[in-house]
Design a protein around this ligand. Structure first.
Ligand code: DCP
Ligand code: MG
Length: 371
């Protein structure tokens, strides 16, 4: 017989600022209001958009789209350069507001965070009212709008914050979960990207209800270890805690090769693939602005390893990693079994950290490995 563990109900809020970088720019220059605005790199320098205003999104503009394509789709686009110091400052104001309601705050990026308000006594413990008040205070103090999702777990809170975007909020009460997830499209499940969605559609799986019809064993067979998680998610179950200080201190990718790489050139030939993966991760976690230094890790055939770190540049270009890998391999000049490339990040708190505030030295190092 299966043990049934009843999850005591939590109250999680996911707050996500509306077209954050663009909203900051529009606030600071009201003449931009109502116009298609994007923030990003220049089209002639292979730049990409970080975000676009809702007017610009009507033209199909999206985060991570090459700026050159964006100006083609929307010739009237006002493309502004990035102003990270400004976004960081706003982000800190918003975080200070979160902390008025709970200490259990997990920032995901400059504009997004999870809050666990289960134990909060404000508004008689109504998470819906707390979220409304947080959004009100954000607007009052920054003139920026935020959306919020309120639910018994992180997965549903994040889905919910997108439900009434922009400048809205949506609550999925525990009693609604079962009904709500049944109609939820599989694309809304974290980890279901385009490829997985297509694969599911090919098997006539479009909603979480369709996924629920598959057994645990079938899901494991179809999706490997991830199938187990999928089994929970499609039922609206997600027990991940809101983790305070779980911010990433570094992001890296590393590959172990089936056959040792015998020369520096062989190592360099592998770099573009690693690099693409790395850049995708930096984008996924919106970490580009917080890079403080770059590093490479080389493990030789005899398992001896060396790492080389450089803060000479914060721009993680292919060329920089090429130089670093060549230098690291040459240290021992032996066959290589693993290459890793990565970036160390500043946490958003770091910018406002005072000199003697050393207890904020972050101990958590979440570097992800692939393969
Ligand atoms: N960002 C980025 N690169 C990406 C995606 C986002 O640099 N690939 C930056 C710019 C955004 C901010 O992070 O303003 C927040 O990202 P969101 O995905 O939350 O997007 P927005 O806040 O811009 O829009 P939305 O209103 O959909 O939340
Ligand atoms: Mg946002």
């Amino acid at each position: 017989m299966k043990n049934v563990v009843v999850e005591s109900s939590r109250k999680i809020i996911h707050v996500d600022m509306d077209c954050f970088y663009a909203a900051v720019e529009i606030r600071d220059d009201p003449s931009l209001k109502g116009k298609p605005v994007a923030v990003g790199g220049r089209p002639d320098q292979r730049g990409v958009l970080t975000t676009a205003s809702y007017e610009a999104r009507k033209y199909g503009l999206r985060s991570a789209m090459p700026s050159a394509r964006a100006v083609k789709l929307c010739p009237d686009l006002i493309l502004l350069p990035l102003n990270f110091d400004k976004y960081r400052a706003e982000s800190q104001k918003v975080r200070a507001i979160f902390h008025r309601f709970t200490e259990v705050v997990e920032p995901l990026s400059l504009d997004e965070a999870y809050l666990d308000v289960t134990k909060s006594e404000y508004f008689d413990g109504s998470a819906t009212k707390i979220a409304a008040e947080i959004r009100r205070q954000i607007f009052e103090e920054t003139r920026l709008t935020a959306s919020a999702g309120i639910a018994p777990n992180k997965f549903l809170a994040k889905v919910a914050s997108d439900w009434k975007k922009p400048n809205g909020q949506f609550t999925i009460a525990p009693a609604m979960v079962e009904q709500f997830v049944k109609g939820l499209k599989v694309e809304k499940i974290p980890g279901v990207g385009k490829v997985t969605a297509r694969k599911m559609h090919d098997s006539n799986i479009f909603t979480c209800a369709d996924l629920q019809a598959l057994s645990f064993t079938q899901l494991k067979k179809e999706f490997g270890v991830w199938g187990a998680r999928l089994y929970d998610l499609c039922r609206g179950i997600d027990e991940r805690p809101v983790e305070v200080d779980a911010e990433r201190k570094s992001i890296s990718v590393e590959y172990t090769y089936n056959q040792d790489l015998r020369t520096v050139q062989e190592c360099l030939d592998k770099l573009p693939e690693l690099y693409d993966d790395f850049v995708a991760r930096i984008q996924k976690y919106k970490a580009g602005e917080s890079i403080r230094s770059l590093f490479v890790k080389i493990k030789f055939f005899d398992f001896k390893q060396t790492t080389l770190e450089s803060s000479r540049t914060r721009i993680p270009s292919l060329e920089t990693f090429r130089e670093m890998i060549a230098a690291a391999v040459k240290r021992q000049n032996k066959a290589v079994r693993l290459i890793g490339i990565g970036a160390r990040l500043a946490t958003p708190h770091e910018a406002d950290r005072s000199e003697d505030d050393t207890q904020l030295t972050f101990a958590i190092d979440v570097s992800e490995s692939t393969r």
